[in-house]
Structure formats: C-alpha cells, structure tokens
Design a protein. Sequence first.
Length: 266
Amino acid sequence: MAEPIKSLQNTRIKGLVRLRNRRERDQTERFLIEGYRELRRAVDHRVAIETLFVCEDLFLGSNEPRLIDDARALGAEVVDVGTDAFAKVSYRDRPEGMIAVARQFETGLASLPPADDPLYLVVESIEKPGNLGTMLRTADAAGVTGVIVTDPTTDPFNPNVVRASLGCLFTVPLAVASTGDALAWLAKSHVRTVATTPDTPTLLWEADLSGPVAIVVGSEQYGLSSEWLDGADERVRIPMGGEADSLNAAMAAGVALFEAVRQRTA
C-alpha cells in the first residue's frame, strides 16, 4: 500500500484546492464531492468519480470501507491522505475524511427524462450556493421530474451546492440553460409555466398545478426577470402576513412545490 500523502505542497493536494475555483472547474470539467452522504449518493447514481481521497483517522462511522470498495469497483482511484493534508483540501468545519474528484455530467435540456405528467422546478439567477443546494434537496423530496437552472450566477458544481443538497445534485435530473431556451423547450414540451411573484392577485393555491407544469422561482433580491414574467402562462403569489416582503428563495420553492404535490395527489 502506498504511503499516504502528507505534504501540503503535494501537486495533487494543490489540484484539489484549485477545484474550489469556478474557473478551474470549468476548464477541467471536474468538481469536488466531499462527505459520506454526498459520496454515497454519487456512487449510487453512477457519477464518474475519478479519484477518491480518504483519511481514515477522520471517518465518523463504520460504513466508509464499503463505500470505498463501491467507488473502486466503478473505476475510482483511491488515495490515502494524512490529516493535515486533508484539512487543507476540506471545505468543511468538521471533515469526514472523504473527498473525491468527479467529472461533470451533462446538463443540457435534452438530458431531462421524458415524462407523461411532469413537474419541473425552474430557478433563475440564484446567487447563493446554499439556496440552490437546498432547492435541489427540496425538489428531490417533492419528487420533481427535473430542475432547470436558468441564467445561473451560481455554478451547480460548486462544492457548497453539493453540500447543501446533501448529494441530491445527483438524484434529481438537472439542466442548465438560458431563460429563452428554457421557455422555448417548455413550450415545445407542452408544459405550462407558473411564475411566482408578489405582484399578482392570484394566490398560489388558486392556480391549477396539476398536469405538466413548471414552477418558476427567481432570486431573493430581484425576483423573476421580465422575460419569465411576460413569458409565463400564469403568475401566482405566496401570501405574506407579516412585515417581510419576501421569503427565502429556497423556502418559496418548497412552499410552491408541495402545493403542487398536494394538488397532484389529492
């Protein structure tokens, strides 16, 4: 067995650190996955993991060896790393001793699976990786057909998106597109678009969210663009009873999605 990497100046350690940067991720078409749950879901969904770096001294449980074997069986190289070197590459306050380099997967609209009665979540210009990750986790819980990220300001392969999604980045079909392309694709697919905005009299639960539908949520700061508001088939609002004039974007997505789930299962 090879000696673990201990030097903080090791080229592979430096390469992991560089992948925190979006430019490096875009140029290499690689990204980082850290944490047991995230890696378990990545392996279960056949994400192409190239290298898995492990530090046994930081493991939290007893299931890690099985996950390592499963990753290796899918072609991943497994590399041991010392605690100090692992601390340098980890982006968590409490590292779990597992971080991987994976190849980015296809995120074109054509990669979304066909469905007879689809429910999509569309999010526009979401700035915070934590919000996007939470939206993916919520979309997974709601059983959506897919998530479409339009005009992204946050890279879906950002390590904090992976972390906030708890690995649901790998469980929910994902597409990244411009607003214009997404509108055209949804129209061609005969999917109604329902835009969330405070500037409409129609309440969320007054709208028909059954059938093929896409719920569209914008950023907290700016809301949805005029392109979405003008292009949507319907506008709805979530009533606000207090002094706040908006919800957290991920919270708004959750409220809207589960109203759709309620209607579709009632």
